[in-house]
Each structure stands twice: as C-alpha cells, then as structure tokens.
Design a protein around this ligand. Structure first.
Ligand code: DC
Length: 671
C-alpha cells in the first residue's frame, strides 16, 4: 500500500496483463454479519482485507464472536442470535457505512447497552430513516449528536412486529438491507413485513442481500420492490463454507483501463458476468462506450474497441459506485456524457458529485452538474480532429476527500494525450476497499521509460546517501536502488567462488555479475537463498566492492540490472555514477558530500553502536583511500554530474537533507 502524502503517476501509454481483485466489500461485510448471527462456524474464503471489514471484524469480536483470521480466510463462530456480552460496549465504525447500518439494526433488535461512533464524516452520513423504522419496531435508539446522524446509543427494545414496518428506500438502500438482515432475529412468532416508502434506489444491492440471506437459510418473499416478507420461524443457518466474489466495483477501474489503454488487453480474475453484484453491469456501460468485453465463470477480458470512446447518457441508479468510473472515461470520449439518477452520490464517503466535478475541472474538463446528475465533456484524446473536446488537459493534483473511489478513478487520467503526470493525494484512502490498488495498476500499466522518473543521489562513501535516498523513496512511494550493494554482493560472490578481485579475473567476475541472483526485500539482501545483508556491510566488504568496481567489464555487466529498477511509479538510485552513467537523463541529480572528518565520525558512531571497535584515524584513512580509488578510476569515476545539485550535509540533519531534496523535486513538478 502507498502510505505517502501523495502519489505521482507518470503519464501511462498502455496496459496488458492479468489482475486478481480483492473480495467484494458489500459481500464481505454482509457475510461477516450473517455468519455472526448464525449458530456454529462459517469458513469465509477470499474475504476482503480492508478498513471496512476490519471495522466489522473488530465489532464482532467485541460482541463475543469467534474470529479466526488466516490470510483471506476467516472462520467465524456465530452468536446464534444470543449476545454473550451484556456490558456496555462502544463500537468505532470508522467511515464504514456497510458496517454502521447493518450493525445498528442487528444490535437494536438484539438489545444491549451499545454506543456506535465513527469518523467525523460518518457523523454527517444520514441514518435517520433506519432509526425511525427501528423505533417503530420498538427499538430503543438515541442520538448522541445531531438528530438523524451517528453517533448513536442503543438500549433494550420492546419489540412489536405485527404491523408492517415502513422504511424509506430513496436515500440509501443500506437501510433496507440492514432491516432485512436483522429482522429474522425477531420473526419467531409471526411473519415480518417491510414496506418500502418511495422509490427504492440501488436495487442490485438489495439483490445481493436477498441472495446471501438465502445462502444463510432465510427465504425472504419479495413483492416487486415495495414489500418484503420475512417468514415466521426462519433462522440463520450457516452455509458451512462460503466464497466471496471479487469486488465488481473494483473491477470497474480495470474494465475502464482495458477500454482506455492500448495493449493486448486486461484479464480480471475473481469475478465474471454472472456475478451477484449489481456493479458488474458497469461492463454494459463500458461496452456502450466502446470496450470489447468477454467473460467466463470467474473472469473478464477487456480490450480497447472504439477510440475515442463514445459519449453516453445513462441512468446510473443501478451502478451508483461504479458509475464514478464512467465520469473519468468520459474524458476520453467523442462527445459529452451525462450520468443521471445519481443523487446517492451526495451522501457517500463525500459528496461525490461535487468531488468528481471539481477534480475533472482541475484536469481541464468542462463539467455541468445538477442535484442528481453530472455532464462531463471530453478532453483532446490524441485524435487529429476532436471537435467536441473542450479545454486542454492540465497536470492536476487530485484531492481525494478520504474517498477510495475518487482516488482509484482519477488514476485513469494518467492516459491523457498530453502525457502529463497525475498526482493523487492521500493514496492510502484506497485501503477502504482495495489496499493494493496502485500496485495492481502498476503491474499491468506501462509507461515510456523516459517518463518514469529517476532521482539520482551520488556521493562518496559514508556521505549518508543510503539513508537520504531510501527516505526520499519512502516519501514519494518510489522504488529504491542501492547500487553500492550490487558491487558489494558481486565482490562477495566472487570471493566465495574463489576468484581474486584483480583484473586477471575480470571476465569471470563480470560473468557472475551478469547473472547475479540478488534480491532486495526491505532491508534484507539475498544472494540466492543466502541472507548476505550483514556480510556485505563490513568495512572490508566496502573495500572489496571498490576493487571490483574499478573493472570496466564488471561495471558493464551490472548496467542492465540497474536499469531494471526503473519501474512505475519511479526510482531513487544511489551510488557513484547514477547521474553520470546509469541514468544520465534523470530529471533530478543530487551530489551529496560531507567533509572526510564528518563522514569518518558518522561511520565511527555506526560501527561503535554495532559493537565493532575501530579508531577514527584509521576510518578516515580508509575513507580517503576509497574516495581516491573511486574518483581516479578510468571508467565512471566518482564525480558530480554537470547538472547535479550539490548538497553538503556536514552540518545538516537527515530531515533537513530530505526536505531539501523533496523541495528540489517538487520545484520540477507541474502541480
Ligand atoms: O555506496 P557503497 O559504499 O555501498 O559502495 C561500495 C563501493 O562500490 C564503492 O566504494 C564504489 C563502488 N560503487 C561504484 O563504483 N558505483 C556505484 N554506483 C556504487 C558503488
């Protein structure tokens, strides 16, 4: 997951390959609650690991359910309709609507002394219609803040279920879902009838609920979309084992990717056209815009068809979440697209109509919006004549409003014809449903090599390059290449193979280097199956690296390996010749120095802390000898690139050096 303040996505050119999607959020949280209400254990496979499911699992544990999580398989031992804990419990619901609404209903029917809270945005998301319906049933619920909104307190109910229960259907379908899942708890003696007041929105989500209730032994009778009857005497029966489908809303980003990006097409694993999730119908809208889609049992294949895409006007009531993706696809269309009947966007993680309009405008698009619709006009898409395009692509820093879908949608703007990067603020908000979204995107998207940014940090030994480079890499979410480690590992492997480190064995060492089975895993460096992290960090190993690095054949042998680190979304490379030889076109080069005295002092501290005894004088002599060799060798000597920024950190803290490099980098960005 990218936990950086922002993620800069370079301009993307195409995409091909397979992505496996995480489990559906809607199915995951329903299945968890239903499993908790059952008697006995349920093994849930392919559960989504996300903020929303973590919130639900934490709540179930608080209630006394057995929860045994092994990766994406979770075994739930249910309550059997009886609460094991009767003390006051405070639940924290984060911003998880799929946990807040159904738990409110289930807890209100079960009764207890419960407080349900969330993040500030959760306290702005309406729940009044659900509370009204539950109160009519005899549930005891009090508002702790503003009327109609969380936080709530729940007490002991006096249930009366003989008259039909009325619930509004036109604000959020989650209210009806919550009642449908909770009321079987109260149907021992008679049928329970729920009447929907007003037009029911997001019907496909109700279909998911009914489908899953049936899997748990509750056969709800449905009369149109107005009346639902829970039969007397029904009880939750565990299905034993259940598989969660991949998330169809998450699939929308990769369906759109296949429609927008040139390449051999995208395969999505984990969900097919026969999914029980309503958002799968996004594929029809994408096909209408031009995508070529085929599907099997558990997969979808998508290829780019019409280009530019075709503008559409569509009632999106049946695909409210996935429809946001259409708004970004609309930027690549041949005319304006209007998404209608999307009033529910206004009460989601953020006001999504405002969010989508504001951020599309930042990209340069013309957007019109109304109470329950949005019209997005396309931007130039690389075709010579594109009369309907209004505006020009702009490099934008996309605000994401703590809304996972805004973040995921706008990553698709990186395919813009003007080859501009896109900045996604707070990228970790995707954790709500798809923590590894950007990793999945980068695993199939490709960019021109020259567009994948490299920041080079070169300098003499013990100047602090490694710390600086890895910290800047962390701040930007970029990959990190410690090129010195490659020379260290090469020298280590050569000595192990019984070679000398002199020119006489140059060819053999070069052969070793060319096929070096080296792998970096966090701070651990692997040579084949051997963990060499410690062995290559000694002073002697540094000196040995310096010796093999003089040999031109060895340097050449390591070039391809170093280039292979330049991957999306970007790279921080540290060494001696990153800016001069390996990445001469890098957009930012830093030459880091510190006085020999200062460097010897730092290295001394480091070694002492590791319990290695040495003297300052000998260290300084070693450093200077190594500098002399690295600077005077004939190939790729240590020197600053002509266009490098000089940074002497003798009297700078690590933080100050990081800030300086980030400031130089930011000054080169178009945002
Ligand atoms: O950065 P370091 O101390 O881990 O590097 C060890 C040696 O490897 C260094 O003395 C010279 C050599 N080296 C090099 O020649 N070119 C690089 N890009 C990185 C290191």
């Amino acid at each position: 997951m990218f936990s950086t303040a922002f993620l800069d996505i370079p301009p993307l050119q195409g995409a091909s390959g397979t992505v496996t999607l995480p489990g559906s959020k809607s199915i995951s949280n329903r299945v968890l609650l239903l499993s908790a209400l059952c008697q006995g254990t349920t093994v849930v496979h392919d559960l989504l690991a996300s903020d929303d499911t973590r919130v639900m699992l934490a709540a179930l544990r608080q209630l006394g359910c057995g929860v045994d999580a092994q990766g994406t398989t979770v075994t739930i031992t249910g309550l059997g309709g009886q609460l094991k804990h009767h003390d006051a419990i405070e639940f924290f619901m984060g911003n998880a609507g799929t946990a807040m609404r159904p738990l409110t209903a289930a807890l209100a029917v079960l009764g207890g002394d419960f407080t349900l809270k969330g993040v500030p945005r959760m306290h702005e998301r309406p729940i009044g219609d659900l509370v009204d319906a539950l109160r009519l049933l005899g549930c005891k619920i009090d508002y702790l803040g503003n009327d109609g909104f969380p936080p709530l307190h729940i007490g002991q109910p006096t249930l009366k279920v003989d008259a039909p229960i009325q619930v509004r259907g036109d604000v959020s379908s989650q209210f009806l879902t919550a009642l449908l899942m909770a009321l079987p708890l109260a149907a021992q003696k008679q049928d329970i009838v729920i009447d929907v007041v007003g037009e029911l929105i997001s019907k496909p989500y109700i279909d998911i609920t009914l489908n899953l209730l049936a899997r748990y032994g509750i056969a709800v009778k449905r009369d149109g979309w107005q009346r639902f009857t829970i039969p007397q005497g029904c009880s939750y029966q565990s299905p034993g084992t259940i598989h969660v489908e991949a998330d169809a809303s998450s699939a929308s980003y990769f369906i759109a990717l296949g429609a927008i990006a040139e390449g051999d097409g995208i395969r999505i694993q984990g969900v097919g056209a026969a999914s029980i999730q309503g958002d799968i119908r996004f594929m029809d809208a994408a096909a209408q815009m031009g995508a070529i889609i085929s599907s099997g049992n558990n997969w979808l294949d998508i290829q780019r068809g019409a280009w530019p895409l075709k503008g559409i006007t569509l009632d999106c009531n049946h695909i409210p979440d996935a429809a946001m993706t259409l708004a970004v696809m609309a930027l690549y269309a041949d005319g304006p697209s209007t998404l209608r009947n999307i009033a529910s966007w206004r009460v989601k993680e953020t006001d999504r109509i405002v969010a989508m309009a504001t951020e599309c405008r930042k990209l340069g698009a013309t957007v019109e919006e109304g109470p329950d619709w949005i019209t997005v006009h396309p931007l130039p898409n690389g075709q010579p004549i594109h009369a309907s395009a209004q505006g020009q692509w702009k490099a934008a820093s996309i605000h994401t409003y703590d809304d996972h879908r805004v973040a995921m949608c706008f990553s698709l703007a990186a395919f813009n014809a003007d080859q501009l990067p896109v900045r996604i603020e707070d990228p970790k908000c995707v954790a709500k449903t798809f923590p590894d979204y950007f990793e999945a995107l980068f695993s199939v998207a490709h960019a021109n090599t020259q567009d994948i940014p490299v920041i080079c940090i070169d300098g003499p030994t013990a100047s602090g390059k490694g710390t600086l480079a890895s910290r800047v890499a962390q701040a930007l979410g970029y990959h990190y290449l410690d090129s010195g480690a490659l020379y260290r590992v090469t020298a280590y492997a050569a000595l192990k193979a019984g070679l000398s480190l002199e020119a006489s064995d140059e060819g053999l060492i070069a052969d070793l280097a060319r096929t070096l089975p080296v792998r970096f895993e966090g701070d651990t460096v692997w040579l084949g199956r051997e963990d060499v992290s410690e062995a290559i960090r000694t002073e002697q190993a540094g000196m040995n690296a310096s010796k093999v690095s003089v040999l031109p054949g060895v340097r050449t042998a390591l070039v391809a390996l170093q280039h292979s680190f330049q991957r999306l979304p970007g790279l921080l490379a540290d060494g001696r010749d990153m800016g001069t030889v390996i990445f001469p076109d890098a957009p930012l080069k830093v030459f880091l120095t510190a006085s020999a005295a200062k460097r010897a002092e730092r290295r001394h501290k480091q070694l002492i802390s590791k319990g290695i005894s040495t003297t300052l004088d000998s260290l300084r002599a070693d450093l200077e000898a190594r500098d002399a060799r690295d600077s005077s060798r004939s190939v790729a000597p240590l020197k600053a690139a002509q266009d490098a920024y000089q940074l002497d950190n003798s009297s700078l803290s690590v933080e100050a050096s990081i800030d300086q490099v980030l400031a130089w980098w930011q000054a080169k960005q178009p945002f």
